[in-house]
Write a protein that binds this ligand. Structure first.
Ligand SMILES: NC(=O)C1=CN([C@@H]2O[C@H](COP(=O)(O)OP(=O)(O)OC[C@H]3O[C@@H](n4cnc5c(N)ncnc54)[C@H](O)[C@@H]3O)[C@@H](O)[C@H]2O)C=CC1
Ligand SMILES: O=C(O)[C@@H]1CCC=N1
Length: 271
């Protein structure tokens, strides 16, 4: 049975790990490594996975090593792994933004198989989106297996170039936060209108869920769904005019460009 080592027990690795276990992956074939205990212990208690403070122990256990530490720590972690344990036959899966395959292989000190995956946190619930790009050193079997892991927590898209990983960051990796910010702003206004915090949350979350479900269940363009809510001279038109005149569309484009730019900058700074 394939074994997985999650290096880092943070938000993203935690989301993938929990998504996998929720979908029936045997937790006894998963180990999570984190220097401090609370997060890995919580994952172990909740999902039944093994845990350790030692990256080396975790890597020795597994066929696939999911690198889920902050980007600036990836090189250090890879160097530690490569110098302290045998890593032949292991496949490395990095979820880090702004950290290239070349940089990871350099830190591992060899052309080991590396797959970059850019997931997002809704993976935890099986609603993730992941972009995948594999180095030429990755076998067909390793590609297939990694695709299977990520498919079990959401939809996947194989990318033709590594540069497209940055596009995925802008479109889906960072994007749950865009929607959360929009929902926070709506919740705050609902509170200002007199609803309780909980009422405001329920009103906003149900509306967001309903809107997303309408997009999913319709062949209509999203713009048509918007038009269907917008009565001429009505309340929605008044609200949308305020958003459009305020530059929302350009702002969204600029925000996605900023994510892209930052991903490139992070890769350059990692050299
Ligand atoms: N949070 C997100 O929505 C997404 C994050 N990512 C990527 O995932 C990676 C992790 O991000 P988050 O989970 O948000 O960060 P996080 O801070 O929640 O998790 C990182 C974890 O790594 C642990 N850690 C620190 N040093 C370590 C070491 N030497 N060995 C093992 N573990 C160590 C930390 O204690 C922490 O639990 C980043 O590279 C990020 O670019 C990618 C897509 C989405
Ligand atoms: O904010 C970040 O850098 C990471 C990558 C995508 C989502 N979180």
């Amino acid at each position: 049975m394939t074994k997985l080592a999650f290096i880092g027990a943070g938000n993203m690795n935690g989301a993938i790990l929990s998504g996998l276990v929720n979908k029936g992956f045997n937790p006894q074939n998963i180990i999570v490594a984190n220097p401090s205990a609370p997060k890995r212990e919580a994952l172990s208690e909740q999902y039944g996975v093994l845990h350790t403070s030692s990256n080396i122990e975790a890597v020795a256990f597994a066929d696939y090593v999911i690198l889920g530490v902050k980007p600036h720590l990836i090189a250090q972690v890879c160097q530690e792994i490569a110098t302290e344990t045998a890593i032949e036959n292991k496949c490395f899966v990095s979820v880090a933004a702004g950290c290239t395959i070349e940089q990871i292989q350099q830190a591992l000190n060899g052309q080991y198989p590396v797959i970059r995956v850019m997931p997002n946190t809704p993976s935890q619930l099986g609603y993730g989106v992941s972009g995948l790009y594999a180095s030429i050193d990755v076998s067909e079997n390793q590609k297939q297996q990694t695709a299977e892991f990520m498919k079990s927590v959401g939809i996947i898209k194989w990318l033709n170039t590594e540069a497209e990983i940055d596009h995925i960051i802008a479109v889906s990796g960072s994007a749950p936060a865009y929607f959360f910010l929009f929902m926070e702003a709506m919740q705050n206004k609902a509170i200002a209108l007199g609803f309780t915090e909980q009422e405001s949350r329920e009103l906003v979350q149900q509306t967001a869920l309903g809107a997303a479900q309408m997009v999913i269940n319709n062949d209509l363009p999203i713009s048509q769904l918007r038009k269907n809510v917008t009565s001429k001279g009505g309340t929605t038109q008044a609200a949308l005019t305020t958003l459009i005149d305020g530059g929302l569309e350009q702002l969204v484009t600029n925000a996605m460009d900023s994510a892209l730019h930052r991903a490139k900058e992070m890769a350059e700074n990692s050299n």
